[in-house]
Design a protein around this ligand. Structure first.
Ligand SMILES: [Zn+2]
Length: 384
């Protein structure tokens, strides 16, 4: 038999390639083997009919959490990922140098999802959010952070800093940014900076960043965002940084995604480079995040195009984590991580982080997830 699995009749949307056409997708030995308008069913050991569905690369959630308070999504990580088309999950600094072994032991070693991690500059990571992890700046551990990354290159891909009020002390100035930069340079990896409720204006933060670094929560509505105080236009420094290759990620979370601000940014012509959830167990179970397809659906209903949205959860985050060409693409030879969605039409209620409601007419619903070429999730029959 030529192929292990054949997805037949779907609408392939792989904007990183770019590829958008009705085609069949054949998989063999965990890799994408062929993509063509009509691949004979007889050539495959198993055929799944995906006609009327969208077939795209397995999603990469660039900012989520598996280990806040040393538990969080933990053992539920696989169930949450597989049922939402997410085949690669990036933990954005739940752990630091002192707590990273726990994340490996209790989450990474027990999960099937392809996990990557940013290691927090604070040795504590996000162990107790009620007290900011760097309020006592002595917990900043650039050497330990860099060492942890170097010793765990199968998982660790960057340095995380939350540069927020109540996370770092008012008196800290730019010191946390300097230390995060130092850790990232020592380990030769990017840094991800959380900018919601930041201590300093974004242009001053950008001075510490290089191409490939990530500004996360770029669509928050608080002081010191990507727009000027009038909220009419995007700051020139933000345009320059995005053009230079600094990645603007719009991780949703519990306080970083409000419909009015997202609309203003989109109206000003800005699009984030990556779309992520900032998922943690409470926001997954009670909302308003729920999962990555829900965040994608919100942006669709706010006016972004389907290809623009899919690009920002596939090829763009793949590049951000250094896996371009291997993940986030359906090109033959790539790892066969695949997500299949239906685009439902109707009246759907969406909620943002300020409890604003929006009725949207489109909603992406996960139908099938393949990881390494194997069926990892299939929606209950009545939905498919
Ligand atoms: Zn986060």
């Amino acid at each position: 038999m030529l192929y292990d699995l054949l997805l037949k009749g779907g609408e392939i949307i792989d904007p990183g390639w770019p590829c958008h056409q009705k085609a069949d997708l054949a998989i063999s030995k965990g890799e994408i083997a062929a993509l063509a308008p009509d691949i004979p069913a007889a050539d495959a050991a198993r055929v799944i009919d995906v006609s009327g569905k969208i077939v795209c690369p397995g999603l990469i959630d660039l900012h989520a959490h598996t280990f806040i308070n040393a538990h969080d999504m933990g053992p539920e990580t696989d169930r949450r990922c597989s049922s939402s088309g997410v085949t690669t999950l990036v933990d954005a600094g739940s752990s630091g140098s002192a707590t990273f072994p726990g994340l490996r032991q209790y989450v990474a070693d027990r999960s099937q999802v392809r996990l990557r991690c940013f290691v927090h500059l604070s040795a504590l990571g996000l162990i107790h959010l009620q007290v900011g992890e760097l309020m006592h700046l002595a917990y900043a551990d650039p050497e330990g952070c860099a060492r942890t990354i170097r010793e765990n290159r199968d998982l660790a891909i960057g340095v995380k800093l939350r540069f927020s009020n109540n996370v770092v002390p008012d008196s800290a100035g730019t010191e946390p940014l300097r230390l995060a930069r130092q850790a990232a340079d020592m380990a030769d990896v990017p840094v991800m900076v959380h900018i919601t409720d930041a201590l300093l204006p974004v242009p001053q933060i950008l001075e510490f960043l290089k191409p490939g670094d990530i500004v996360t929560h770029c669509l928050h509505r608080y002081q010191y965002g990507i727009m000027g105080p009038e909220k009419k236009e995007i700051l020139r420094e933000v345009w320059d940084a995005q053009k230079a290759g600094i990645i603007f990620d719009c991780a949703h979370g519990r306080m970083h995604f409000t419909f009015p601000f997202v609309r203003m940014a989109l109206d000003a012509g800005f699009m984030p480079d990556t779309i992520a959830t900032d998922l943690s167990l409470p926001s997954a179970t009670r909302g308003p995040v729920f999962d990555l397809p829900t965040t994608m659906s919100k942006l669709l209903n706010l006016g972004m195009g389907l290809e623009d949205v899919i690009l920002r959860v596939t090829a763009n985050p793949a590049r951000a984590i250094g896996e371009a060409g291997r993940l986030g693409t359906l090109k033959p030879g790539a790892i066969a991580d695949v997500a299949v969605f239906s685009l439902e039409r109707g009246q759907f209620d969406f909620v943002d982080t300020d409890q604003n409601h929006m009725t949207g007419e489109q909603k992406l619903v996960t139908q099938l997830t393949l990881k390494d070429g194997r069926v990892w999730y299939r929606a209950p029959r009545e939905q498919s």
